[in-house]
Design a protein around this ligand. Structure first.
Ligand code: FES
Length: 90
């Protein structure tokens, strides 16, 4: 069986990058498991509360979110990294 790749999530102001394993459902889940506090409400891409700045790298949404997202932003609750990424939390 081929292992799915995992990617690193570098959060601004946190020294050590976090590993996003393929089984993690979202960037938000990975951050929560590492005890990083992230604002959120709906966890489904509606409210925009989990919006963060994507400084580097690429992410992909599981379902296209309804909340407004500008270029350079990402909703953490419904996306996964598809490369190593660097983000800045709100
Ligand atoms: S928590 Fe509502 S859009 Fe992410």
């Amino acid at each position: 069986m081929v292992e799915k790749p995992s990617f690193l999530i570098q959060v601004e102001n946190i020294e050590k990058p976090l590993e996003h394993v393929a089984s993690s459902s979202s960037i938000l889940e990975t951050l929560e498991q590492a005890k990083v506090e992230v604002p959120y409400q709906c966890r489904e891409g509606f409210c925009g509360a989990c919006r963060a700045t994507l400084i580097e790298g690429q992410t992909q949404y599981s379902n296209e979110p309804l909340a407004f997202v500008r270029d350079g932003e990402v909703l953490l609750c419904c996306s996964k990294p598809v490369s190593n990424i660097k983000i800045k939390l709100p």
